[in-house]
Design a protein. Structure first.
Length: 212
């Protein structure tokens, strides 16, 4: 049976997240010079081996896309989620996250489409499957941050289910479906995504209140 895993935890899983984050941050720093770094460059900057990098990123292209997307989206997302006016409003924080991501989608969605193509198929040329998730946990961290006001209110199971559900409606995959399948324009896309995300947050709160 599949179980929900906490978005944040300790031990080995936390170490994997730290290692992956160190690799991506090294790639961001090196890429800032304007010259795409090599795997050897990134391994040296992150103080890990080439083999460790390939455990997380089967290709250099996948790593550089991840790094570029993070450098583009992280500052505005962190600013939006730091708004004191939204400190206790989980639904409002998720709305702010969605609006911010969509505001930068002209630059980030092309990267997202490339990333999806790279991660839906198994690694090629004998490269082993990455350890853990095939994609960055950045989206999970942002959703966890946005929903932080509910962490002590919902049960752990209900909270992790909410994060998993939001993962399906916030992000590049949802944008691709809304644009390619539904043919929505940017405003209709934002309306649909923010409505779906808010509905999930409010449903989780109602369920909790009903069980009290």
């Amino acid at each position: 049976m599949t179980t929900e895993k906490p978005a944040r935890g300790g031990g080995r899983e936390a170490q994997r997240r730290r290692t992956r984050k160190a690799i991506v941050e090294a790639a961001v720093r090196l890429s800032a010079s304007g010259t795409p770094p090599s795997i050897d460059d990134i391994a040296a900057a992150a103080d890990v081996s080439r083999r460790t990098i390939y455990m997380y990123f089967p290709t250099l292209d996948e790593l550089l896309i991840d790094a570029t997307a993070g450098a583009l989206n992280e500052p505005p997302v962190e600013a939006a989620l730091s708004d004191p006016a939204l400190a206790g409003d989980a639904a409002g924080r998720v709305d702010a996250l969605v609006r911010t991501l969509l505001a930068y989608s002209p630059q980030s969605l092309p990267l997202g489409r490339r990333m999806i193509r790279l991660t839906v198929d198994p690694p090629q040329n004998g490269v082993p499957e990455p350890t853990g998730p095939r994609r960055s946990q950045r989206r999970i961290e942002w959703l966890d941050n946005a929903c932080a006001p509910l962490r002590d209110k919902l049960s752990e199971r209900a909270y992790q289910r909410l994060i998993s559900a939001l993962t399906m409606v916030v992000g590049w995959e949802a944008q691709v479906a809304l644009r390619d399948v539904r043919g929505l324009d940017p405003q209709a896309e934002q309306d649909a995504m923010t409505w779906a995300a808010r509905a999930l947050v409010e449903a989780a709160i109602r369920e909790h209140d009903h069980q009290r």
